[in-house]
Design a protein around this ligand. Structure first.
Ligand SMILES: *[C@@H]1O[C@H](CO)[C@@H](O)[C@H](O)[C@H]1NC(C)=O
Ligand SMILES: *[C@@H]1O[C@H](CO)[C@@H](O)[C@H](O)[C@H]1NC(C)=O
Ligand SMILES: *[C@@H]1O[C@H](CO)[C@@H](O)[C@H](O)[C@H]1NC(C)=O
Ligand SMILES: *[C@@H]1O[C@H](CO)[C@@H](O)[C@H](O)[C@H]1NC(C)=O
Length: 671
């Protein structure tokens, strides 16, 4: 698993390097152009922050034997100084450069205010080939602390706001009562907030009416190529009532570091365009009886973008919705028509498909035609067409004379190319006028982090206990991107196994010992959502029942089934349903929980009457060293069992391996 994550890290880095900067961007505070004395030295030097220099368009002919980046505190360049590592972090002799942009960091936490000059310097000849001076009273860019939000109404308040860089604003201890109907973070120009300002996404990238906040620290990013130099104020503003609930003035030209975001080229519209989320754009055009739809998403390669009609006119509703799941598989784009009859991945329930299923599985037609599909710079663009009125009577009609109630989502496809649970989805329906006049365009260029963000996951729980004989298996939520998905690197259907109170622990079991599992997975086979016989197999994905015949042939089920005379596997152990759940809590905030313990405390347990199913098993020498516990019907709900011959010293080394792996999973994402 560690290896997999490392590959992914490399991939992301490659992705960042290929990103193009298309607009003139703020690079920091200029120290001026390099004075050029020898060897064609040239370029402009910027202070990025207290510790970092950026040289743009750097040129040096490389024909000197002992030249280095050199800096010092003396009055002018001379032998008293220190070397700065090059852009690769190495202190090699300088080679040839031709118009390159490079970032240099001062060593040993030295600050720009500690030096008087920076030079390209020959250490054996004691000559500066080029230099630039740091003025006496130079103030390098640093985060600027401006005041608190001025409270107007609706309980808006905050601690002192920080401008972290040219696109990033941190609001500590933010509170807002959530009572506004059409309220957003708005930035703009002029002496005070007005409806003319620009909506910016909330801390999770949503452009929805703001939720309630209670003393939370949030970080907002300005969109597209907007920077703090372009705006005069930030406000919590209700666009419906045109009321300013609380605001702060942004000082002129704050001396802040440049943003780490690169602004990508704007994706060209088909005709109309609506920014649905920081990472998702919808563009469309109606022409005759057809609609062309284009989704552009800043997502990972295995993600899908879903778009379609809500199951309800008033609220975003999955049940009864009619959506297209779009994704790119290699080079091929898909926009597959789905019918949603239950909030679970598609499973066969007593011979009938239920859940999030392709139309063609439930007797409908797939009538989306994919037009184009591409993935570049981490952005998927998929264009497809459909008739406004589909031939499939189960499909909903795109109305041109009334508002359409639409929903969208972003999530991950699983290894069987079926959508897993959605990670991003709206809080309210999108009331879409298909033919607005004048044409609408609220889309802006995507921004890409130039330095990968660190995002941690919850600690992987481990049960290493030589006295362990009994386990209890119940169900609960899979805990967002820090939970199942972050820990296993796999998509989640939304539910996961909880063993002895822990979500998907890795468990060390010993060959030759008989173990007993008390199972509460739900035993109503009519339920597509809550019917989960517990099984142990030799592959990491589970969901044996839905596998192709070929995949089934290659899967060994080690416990939890009996075979019929015709060699069909029948699950033996489901038991009544015991489910941890949360009433009235927004699942998108799961990522705010710092640990599983904290997450677990927010859950309530609901158990049906009845005795658990009991599964006994004894690992033997025919069992591989790593096997997995699963649901018989659904993918990706369980995790690893380590099968050992003895615990003894293996214990500490096993724990050590896990620890290293855990560091490995501090995965780096663009998100
Ligand atoms: C808000 O949270 C901070 C810590 O993040 C705490 O110090 C402060 O007391 C809290 N304020 C209120 C009003 O709860
Ligand atoms: C989805 O399937 C159900 C049951 O088969 C059917 O009643 C419904 O019309 C279908 N809806 C769509 C949008 O295809
Ligand atoms: C999670 O909460 C339940 C009570 O709801 C508790 O029994 C269990 O031990 C908790 N798990 C952990 C790991 O704290
Ligand atoms: C080993 O375990 C497997 C799976 O549980 C079982 O089918 C097999 O009979 C066992 N072998 C022995 C020798 O007990």
């Amino acid at each position: 698993m560690c290896l997999m994550l490392m590959t992914r890290l490399l991939y992301l880095i490659i992705l960042f390097e290929s990103n193009v900067i298309s607009v003139e961007v703020y690079k920091g505070k200029s120290l001026g152009t390099l004075n050029s004395y020898h060897h064609q030295v040239g370029g402009e030097v910027f202070a990025v922050n207290e510790f970092t220099l950026l040289i743009t368009d750097f040129t040096f002919d490389g024909s000197a034997n002992d030249a280095f980046f050199w800096a010092g505190a003396s009055s002018r360049p001379g032998p008293q100084g220190f070397i700065l590592a090059n852009e690769y972090g190495r202190t090699d002799v300088l080679k040839r450069y031709l118009g390159k942009e490079l970032k240099l960091i001062l060593p040993d936490n030295k600050k720009l205010t500690d030096i008087n000059w920076f030079a390209i310097y020959d250490l054996s000849k004691n000559i500066a080939f080029g230099d630039v001076y740091v003025p006496e009273d130079f103030e390098p860019p640093v985060k600027q602390i401006i005041g608190d939000l001025t409270t107007k109404s609706h309980g808006v308040s905050s601690g002192p706001i920080e401008i972290l860089d040219s696109k990033t604003i941190k609001i500590p201890m933010f509170s807002y009562n959530g009572a506004g109907k059409d309220t957003y973070f708005i930035v703009g120009n002029g002496p005070q907030p007005s409806a003319k300002g620009q909506k910016i996404p909330d801390e999770s990238g949503y452009l929805d009416n703001l939720r309630t906040y209670l003393n939370e620290t949030i970080i907002l990013e300005l969109v597209g190529d907007t920077t703090v130099f372009d705006i005069n104020w930030l406000s919590v503003y209700d666009l419906k009532t045109k009321e300013n609930y609380g605001w702060v003035l942004i000082p002129d030209e704050p001396n802040v570091p440049p943003s780490l975001q690169n602004v990508a080229d704007k994706v060209e519209n088909i005709m109309h365009c609506v920014q649905l989320h920081k990472k998702l754009q919808l563009s469309w055009q109606v022409f005759g009886p057809q609609i062309t739809i284009r989704l552009a998403g800043q997502i990972e390669a295995d993600n899908y973008m879903a778009f379609g009609f809500s199951g309800s006119e008033e609220a975003p509703q999955m049940l009864g919705s009619d959506i297209a799941i779009t994704y790119i598989d290699g080079f091929r784009g898909h926009a597959i028509d789905y019918n949603i009859t239950d909030k679970s991945p598609c499973v066969k329930v007593l011979g009938q498909y239920k859940g999030v299923c392709q139309d063609i599985l439930v007797g409908g037609l797939d009538d989306n035609q994919v037009h184009t599909a591409s993935r570049e710079n981490g952005i998927n663009i998929i264009t497809y067409r459909r008739n406004l009125l589909s031939y499939d009577i189960g499909d909903k009609e795109f109305k041109t004379n009334a508002l359409n109630s639409m929903i969208w989502a972003i999530g991950r496809m699983n290894h069987q190319k079926e959508p897993g649970i959605h990670d991003y989805f709206p809080r309210s329906v999108l009331k879409l006028d298909l033919d607005p006049k004048p044409p609408i365009d609220t889309c802006y260029p995507f921004t890409v982090n130039t330095e990968p963000l660190k995002r941690d996951v919850w600690e992987q729980p481990k049960i290493i206990d030589s006295n362990l004989r009994m386990m209890t298996a119940t169900l609960g939520p899979s805990g967002g991107k820090k939970g199942f998905q972050g820990l296993t690197g796999m998509p989640s259907p939304g539910l996961a196994w909880y063993i002895n109170g822990y979500m998907i622990p890795e468990i060390w079991l010993k060959r030759g010992i008989t173990y007993v599992v008390y199972i509460y997975g739900g035993n109503n086979p009519h339920s597509s959502q809550y019917y989960h016989p517990f099984v142990i197999t030799d592959e990491p994905n589970g969901g044996y029942d839905g596998m192709t015949d070929n995949a089934q042939k290659h899967t060994r089920i080690l416990a939890g089934v009996q075979y019929t005379l015709r060699r069909q596997a029948r699950p033996t152990s489901a038991g009544p349903l015991c489910l941890r759940e949360r009433k009235g809590f927004d699942r998108r905030l799961d990522d705010n929980f710092l640990s599983f313990k904290e997450f677990n405390r927010s859950l309530d347990m609901r158990c049906e009457q009845g005795d658990p199913a009991i599964l006994e098993f004894k690992p033997n020498s025919s069992w591989p060293d790593i096997v997995y516990y699963h649901s018989f019907v659904q993918n990706n709900m369980g995790w690893k069992l380590h099968i050992v011959d003895k615990y003894s010293t293996g214990r500490s080394s096993a724990a050590q391996i896990q620890f290293n792996c855990f560091l490995g999973i501090l995965i780096y994402l663009i998100l």
